[in-house]
Design a binder for this molecule. Structure first.
Ligand code: F0G
Length: 467
C-alpha cells in the first residue's frame, strides 16, 4: 500500500530516554500553595506545578549527544578542548571573529554595554528585552525601542511583526549617529510576542546603518526559531536549510549577544561574539574580572560542550518544524476557546491578551495577574504575567496602580520537554477558564520591592479565587 508522504500529525521528533515525574495536585492543594506564595507564581515550589510554562529559558531537555558531551567536558582552567569545540561551533555558525563565553545572556549584555555605552549614548533596536534594556540604562545610556507599525495591534497577524521600523531609525541616525554605538535587533522579538524579523529587514537595516557607520549587533537568543519562520514565511527561502538562513542572518551583523539557555538548548550559558578587536579586548578584560578566564567565562567545560552540541541540534529542520508547530497548535486551541492572543503565535510562546479576555477586571486590578493565578489554581499551569505587574508601577503620591499599556500572559514552551498531550491539557484548562471568565476577579499588591517587583511582590485577591 502506498501511503501519503507525510501525515498531518506533527509528532515530537525524539524518543524519551529519561523521564521526570510530574507531581499531581488537587485544586484545593494548589489554592493553598498559591496563598502561601503570596499569589506570586515566582514564589511557588516547582514540585507543585503540573505544567511549567513560566519560561523557555534554561528549561529545555538535553539530548543523549549533549549528555555525552557533558561527560567529555574538559575542565581545564585555560585552553580547554571544550572551549575550542564551543568556539568552532559559534564561528562556523556566525562567522564572527571573537567568541567570549559568559554564564548567561545578561552577562554578555553587561560586558558589551560596559565597554561601549554610557551617558549621552542611545541604543536603538526593534524591541529590547528587559535585561538588555536594564543593562543599557545602568551605564547611563538610553535604550530606544523602534518596533514596526504592524507590532502595535496584537490582534492583527502579520508575518514579521518583529521587524525594526527603519522609517524611525533613519531620522535618529541622521540626527545622532555619533551617539549611537550600535543598533540591536532581537531575533525573535520576545517582548513583542516571539515575533520574527525578516531577512529583508535585516538587510535593509544593515544598509542604512552602513551609511552612518553604526554596527549592528543581534540578540540571537532565538535565532534558529527566527530562521525557521523565514523559511516558512519569507518568499524565496522555502528551499533553504535553517542553517543557511541562520548564517545569512548573522552575515548582516557585526556581532551578537546570546543566551544559550534558549536556542542553545542548554540549561545555562551564553556568549558574546564580535568582529571588533577593540571591543573584544576590552570585553575580555572585564570577563576576567567578573566571569572567569577567557576560555570558560563562568561556565564549566561540560556546559561549553552542551552548548556546542545544542547549537547544532537546534537547526535540525524536523525539530524546528515541531517547535513552531507546537506553539501554533497551542495558540489555535486558545484562540478557538474564544480567548484573544497576540497574533500570530510566536516561536517559543503564546501570549494571551488578559485585558481583552477579562474586560470586567480593570488594568488597575491586574488582569494578567488574575489570569495567571487562575491558570495555576484551576489547572496547575504556571505562566508569566507580562503586563502591569512587570511594567507598571505604584504611584508614590496616591498609592494607585499605574498600569502598563498591555496586560499579557505568556505561556512559554520549554524545548523538547512537553508532548502534544501536555499541550492538549493546557488548552482544556484555557477552555475552562474561557467559559468561567466572569468569575475571575482582580488582585491588589500588598507589598513590593523597589525594583523588578514581579519577582517578589505579594498580592491578595479582591474576591474569592474561584471560577
Ligand atoms: N535576550 C532575550 C531576547 C531574552 O529573552 C533573554 C531572556 C535574555 C536576552 C537574557 O538572557 O536569561 O540568559 O540572561 N529571557 C528569559 C525569558 C529570561 O523568560 O524570556 P539570560
Amino acid at each position: 500500500m502506498i501511503g501519503p508522504d507525510s501525515f498531518h500529525t506533527i509528532i515530537e521528533p525524539f524518543k524519551i530516554k529519561t523521564v521526570e515525574p510530574i507531581r499531581m495536585t488537587s485544586r484545593d492543594q494548589r489554592a493553598t500553595f498559591l496563598k502561601e506564595a503570596g499569589y506570586n507564581l515566582f514564589r511557588l515550589a516547582s514540585d507543585n506545578v503540573l505544567i511549567d510554562l513560566l519560561t523557555d529559558s534554561g528549561t529545555g531537555a538535553m539530548s543523549s549527544e549533549q549528555w555525552a558531551g557533558m561527560m567529555r567536558g574538559d575542565e581545564a582552567y585555560a585552553g580547554s578542548s571544550s572551549f575550542f569545540r564551543f568556539e568552532n561551533a559559534i564561528k562556523e555558525l556566525t562567522g564572527f571573529k571573537h567568541v567570549i563565553p559568559t554564564h548567561q545572556g545578561r552577562a554578555a549584555e553587561r560586558i558589551l554595554f560596559s565597554v561601549t555605552s554610557g551617558p549621552g549614548k542611545v541604543i536603538p533596536g526593534n524591541h529590547h528585552f528587559d535585561t538588555t534594556r536594564a543593562n543599557i540604562e545602568v551605564t547611563g545610556a538610553e535604550a530606544l525601542d523602534l518596533p514596526c507599525e504592524e507590532a502595535a495591534d496584537p490582534s492583527q497577524p502579520a508575518p514579521f511583526k518583529g521587524n525594526i521600523d527603519l522609517k524611525r531609525l533613519e531620522p535618529l541616525l541622521q540626527a545622532r549617529a555619533r551617539q549611537v554605538p550600535m543598533c540591536i535587533i532581537t531575533l525573535t522579538d520576545n517582548t513583542g510576542g516571539g515575533q520574527p524579523v525578516s531577512l529583508r529587514n535585516l538587510r535593509d537595516a544593515r544598509a542604512l546603518l552602513n551609511q552612518h557607520g553604526v554596527p549592528l549587533i543581534l540578540d540571537a537568543a532565538r535565532f534558529a526559531e527566527n530562521a525557521m519562520f523565514i523559511k516558512m514565511r519569507e518568499p524565496g527561502n522555502a528551499g533553504r536549510t535553517p542553517r543557511e538562513i541562520a548564517r545569512e542572518q548573522f552575515s548582516y551583523a557585526d556581532g551578537c549577544l546570546m543566551s544559550a539557555k534558549k536556542d542553545g538548548i542548554a540549561n545555562i550559558g551564553g556568549f558574546l561574539a564580535l568582529n571588533n578587536d577593540n571591543w573584544a579586548d576590552n570585553a575580555r578584560q572585564l570577563l576576567i574580572l567578573t566571569e572567569g578566564f577567557t576560555t570558560y567565562g563562568g561556565l564549566a567545560g561540560r556546559d561549553l560542550e552542551a552548548i556546542a552540541q545544542g547549537l547544532e541540534e537546534v537547526l535540525h529542520e524536523d525539530y524546528l518544524r515541531y517547535r513552531l508547530r507546537s506553539a501554533e497548535y497551542l495558540g489555535a486551541g486558545i484562540r478557538d476557546a474564544g480567548i484573544p492572543i497576540v497574533e500570530p503565535p510566536g516561536g517559543h510562546a503564546v501570549y494571551i491578551d488578559a485585558r481583552a479576555m477579562l474586560p470586567h477586571v480593570p488594568p488597575e486590578l491586574l488582569p494578567g495577574q488574575a489570569l495567571s493565578c487562575a491558570l495555576y489554581v484551576e489547572g496547575g499551569v504556571r505562566s508569566i504575567e507580562v503586563g502591569s505587574v512587570m511594567f507598571g508601577h505604584t504611584d508614590p503620591q496616591t498609592g494607585q496602580q499605574v498600569p502598563a499599556d498591555k496586560d499579557l500572559v505568556r505561556l512559554a514552551l520549554p524545548r523538547r520537554v512537553y508532548t502534544q498531550s501536555h499541550v492538549d491539557y493546557v488548552i482544556e484548562v484555557a477552555q475552562f477558564l474561557a467559559r468561567n471568565r466572569a468569575a475571575i476577579g482582580g488582585y491588589r499588591i500588598m507589598s513590593e520591592p523597589a525594583a523588578l517587583r514581579h519577582f517578589t511582590a505579594v498580592f491578595e485577591p479582591i474576591g474569592p479565587v474561584t471560577c
